[in-house]
Design a protein around this ligand. Sequence first.
Ligand code: AMP
Ligand code: GLY
Length: 430
Amino acid sequence: MVMKILTVGGGGREHAIVKALSRSGSCEIYSVMAKKNPGIVGLCSDYLICRETDPVAITEFAIKSGAEYAVIGPEAPLEAGIVDFLEEHGVACVGPSRAAARLETDKAFCREMMSKYGVAGCPKYRVFHNSDDACEFIKDYDRDLAIKPIGLTGGKGVKIMGEHFEKDGACKYIKEIGGQVVLEERLLGEEFTLMAFVDGVHLVPMPLVQDHKRAFEGDIGPNTGGMGSYTMPDNMLPFVSETDYNKALSIMKDVVAYMKSAGTPYRGMLYGQFMNTSEGPKVIEFNARFGDPEAMNLLTLLKSDFCEIVKKIVEGTLSEADVEFEKKASVCKYLVPEGYPDSPKSGKPVEIGDLGEAYIYYANITEKNGKYYTQTSRTLAFVGCAETLKEAESIAESAAESVKGGVRHRKDIGTLEVLERRIRHMKEIR
Ligand code: AMP
Ligand code: GLY
């Protein structure tokens, strides 16, 4: 019998989700998105353009379409309680309930849960609910600090005191964002992403990925939603040892066990962002969904039937045997509007050239009469997959280079120079 699956979200990550589901051939897809994604609309049986945080409209569409399952892409619908709402109406979801999504949507909850349950890898932190107290704390603090708004910010809200600004700037920023912050020790090391499929009890990890949060080549400039990412042919990363990997995995498993014991079991994709420090992996944050861009690497490499994985997750019967990835390198490069992230220029024409062997994922892009235009967020992405990182990078880079118009991308993502720098850095701090 054909499975009917609802997807929520209209970005590059969701195009990759829909593409992976459509490869299966055993499901029909119904998609909800805030803006029409030209990649998604060509792959789904029907779609609805609506606010992704409107559980009522989305659930009505799910019922009308006969969808029995749903896969939620972004965090905002999770925070709006989309999963609780859909499940009340008989649609089984891959994505956590509002309470379980607090792992991502409430940074204070995440840290307090880690301390309370003794989960390893928690940096030293303090939670503040008003700017006076936070600024008072900063006055007497003489090391670098990460300043994190407690709520969602689309990956752009974290600022580092000691890099983006000093004490005065930090205090001004805390006031600007309303004083609800987690202040935590600045972790130094190399970042990596470990994502997993979770069915409430069982956790099955995906290959390691490294994202590039900073806007510009050489990892400088403001944080973004992520400019691109890569994976290696052995599904690991050369600056993450087996011991580091096992520690990170066990942290994720502890979190899943805690969420279950607290009566808010976690179901969906769990995203662990780690800093591999001199003392091993520490948790930067958890996200309650696939990473974007990381999902584009991993869903392109996914060999198993994604619709079957969806079914196993909602049944609570997921096992390692259900999830297999190609043992290949992959490189994902995002093209972003000029001026992104601080003052992105929208409405600029974009002409896509020769894709070669690259996979294309549309994100925040408008199509009008066969022509494409930028919007204010990340525009589109290319993924190259190959036996080596070098080949994968060159596939993604030539596709990205072929695009003309008001966009730019980071040429250094997935290059051997960057990889070697990461490895050297890890050796230096160990
Ligand atoms: P997040 O929005 O939590 O993913 O954070 C965005 C970026 O801020 C991360 O990718 C890190 O580069 C940086 N960051 C967050 N927390 C810390 C920390 N405690 N120490 C150093 N960098 C951090
Ligand atoms: N790539 C980072 C994120 O999805 O939050």
